[in-house]
Design a protein around this ligand. Structure first.
Ligand code: SF4
Length: 296
């Protein structure tokens, strides 16, 4: 495809696995935008783009190339749009790009829960195949502390509702989110939550502070002592030990991760745990940065 300048409202974020997808910005920013650990959309005022504007963009793109196979809806939670509006946009996309086989978006559990079973089924049938949900943690105390606006229950119900409609899930957990004090409960309860959901994809990334650690700590009610690299790996060990997944593709390979792990859970649980334990024992620590990948 020739390079086309779509006039994106920057910054633009997408999951690593959407690198080859057409990115369509249906909304700008995040409708919640209050999580204290997230600065992705802090510079944007949330708004929904006009449908005519999006349709015009689709027509423009289709006039160049109709070979698009994957589409990702940006920004932070395009699923906040009504099912009707999403269905109109998907229909237009499918008319113009007949080869599309996957449409995906970021979603908040509340966005999923606001739709009926019928609407979610319609969205799935129309082509919405995958939702990326940042669950961050399964620990309610910690979710409150970082102002996530979701809970163990809302995440569980939203996720199961999407699954029931046939929509696949890619869930993300933030390693180190609770610092030292909440590390154990964060790991155990996050594992408990993903065990109940059994997502198709699971990833972890490490808590980072683009605008500085001080700002995050100021907003964290109570004690927050950041995890060092060994603590982070130890938290991963507890999380993996408590995981009981049947068939979830697991990735811990975001740029923020010190220890790169990839595998299929539960099949590779034992191997992954072995690598994690080796990393904890390794006094040099440099080995932790090796790319430990499990083939599948
Ligand atoms: S809901 Fe997601 S995108 Fe929005 S502020 Fe929270 S982590 Fe960031």
């Amino acid at each position: 495809m020739r390079f086309l300048h779509l006039g994106y409202d920057m910054p633009l974020y997408r999951p690593p696995s959407e690198a080859n997808s057409l990115i369509l910005q249906l909304t700008i920013g995040c409708s919640w935008n209050k999580c204290t650990f997230c600065e992705m959309y802090k510079g944007k005022k949330f708004r929904v783009r006009k449908e005519e504007e999006i349709i015009e963009e689709i027509n423009f793109l289709a006039s160049y190339n109709t070979d698009v196979r994957r589409v990702f809806f940006a920004d932070g939670n395009a699923m906040v749009l009504s099912a009707e509006k999403l269905l109109n946009i998907i229909k237009k996309l499918r008319d113009k790009f007949p080869k599309i086989h996957r449409i995906s978006a970021y979603a908040l559990p509340k966005d999923i829960l606001s739709k009926s079973d019928v609407e979610l089924n319609q969205l799935h049938e129309a082509g919405l195949d995958l939702l990326y949900v940042g669950i961050e943690s399964g620990d309610d105390e910690l979710l409150q502390k970082v102002n996530k606006g979701e809970s163990y229950e809302s995440t569980l119900l939203g996720s199961l509702k999407a699954k029931k409609a046939g929509i696949k899930l890619s869930l993300m957990v933030v390693n180190g989110l609770g610092g030292k004090k909440y590390s154990y409960q964060h790991a155990v309860n996050s594992a408990r939550l993903i065990n109940e959901i059994q997502p198709e994809y699971l990833s972890t990334l490490v808590l980072t502070f683009p605008y500085g650690e001080k700002k995050f700590i100021e907003q964290f009610p109570g004690e927050f002592e950041p995890l060092n690299q060994v603590d982070l790996v130890h938290e991963m060990e507890i999380f993996l030990e408590h995981s009981n997944l049947e068939c979830s593709i697991f990735r811990s390979d975001h740029a923020s991760n010190h220890l790169i792990l990839k595998g299929m859970l539960g099949r590779d649980k034992g191997i992954l745990l072995k690598k994690v334990k080796q990393a904890i024992k390794n006094p040099e620590f440099s080995a932790i940065k090796e790319d430990w990948q499990l083939g599948f």
